[in-house]
Design a protein around this ligand. Sequence first.
Ligand SMILES: NC(=O)c1ccc[n+]([C@@H]2O[C@H](COP(=O)([O-])OP(=O)(O)OC[C@H]3O[C@@H](n4cnc5c(N)ncnc54)[C@H](O)[C@@H]3O)[C@@H](O)[C@H]2O)c1
Length: 337
Amino acid sequence: MVKVAIVGLGFMGRMHAGIYGQFDDVEITALCDDLEENLEFSSASEGGNIAVGEMQADLSKAARYTDFSRMLEEGGFDFVDLCVPTFLHKPYSVEAMKGGYDVFCEKPMALSSEEAEEMISVSRDTGRLLTIGQCLRFWPMYVKIKEIIDSKQYGNVVSAELTRYSSTPGWSSRGWILDGTLSGNAALDMHIHDVDMILHYFGMPKSVTSSGTPAEGGGFGHIATIYDYPGMTVTSAGNWICSSSFGLVMRALIVLEKAVVELDSTKDPMLAVFPDGGERIVPELDPKDGYYNELRAFTDNVKNRTAPVVSAESAGESLYVALKEIESAEKNTPVSL
Ligand SMILES: NC(=O)c1ccc[n+]([C@@H]2O[C@H](COP(=O)([O-])OP(=O)(O)OC[C@H]3O[C@@H](n4cnc5c(N)ncnc54)[C@H](O)[C@@H]3O)[C@@H](O)[C@H]2O)c1
């Protein structure tokens, strides 16, 4: 049995609990939230931009804590799953690793590259595993796109455009997500998903040129970027200042020499390949979702002492690029990487 402590029982923490509930080799032995009422699981507020399924986890063996340090001192788990607001990612990851625990930490890794570097160096010094919840690397549609690109079966990529548009998130505990100094706003909190995919697909660009629309609370509510890669055009936009009835729409349009790959969350099927001189192909996808796959992978890493699929270093690079995009939008000039 692998024993996990979940910290932060808001939208993501409850989602993770429900997923661990589907694993027969995982026991949730500790829960921590600084708001006592959130420890009564059913009373945590509803919300989030991806539907949260029915809660099925067995929480009967879970000790409840409002104090994170006390939970670490008392122990009784193998790893800590951090679903706390972003400004707590660095201090809580570092404390947990120094306390002897492996860490799954939600994205974005941190609020600055200095924080990310400290997390990486503590992971190295302590030998504790550290991964970041860049979950698109496990979502079947995005995994399939990578397979298609890497296979070169349709030639090289000509252009790629990845976008994510959402209503303003309204569920966060005490409104932390709309305070740019605590969350990094849309550019860090949401757009980082597409940044991470762009790096995963194409590697590090030479520079970024961004433009942003300021959000109330600081930071950008919309950011649009051109990434400099030789021989192809790569662009992305992230926006969470859409009207409340809009929901979440994600898209990726990858134009290859001999096909177009289209992901569109408003279409059914969401992923299709349009080859030159042929009919539309609907690729077969892994039926499990990205959250399930990422937690399954990290649980196996903890069990087998293997390196996480999403290395802390690679998540740190995605954070670095997103921060450079913010800098570019603020200064209204391209920024070299
Ligand atoms: N991977 C994804 O797709 C995805 C989606 C949503 C959120 N997230 C990330 O997950 C993290 C949490 O986001 P959320 O939407 O669940 O936020 P949330 O506000 O719904 O939940 C945060 C929880 O942490 C608790 N908390 C706050 N301070 C604490 C402290 N000092 N000690 C213990 N608990 C504390 C809050 O009471 C709340 O229950 C963020 O970093 C966010 O970016 C990731």
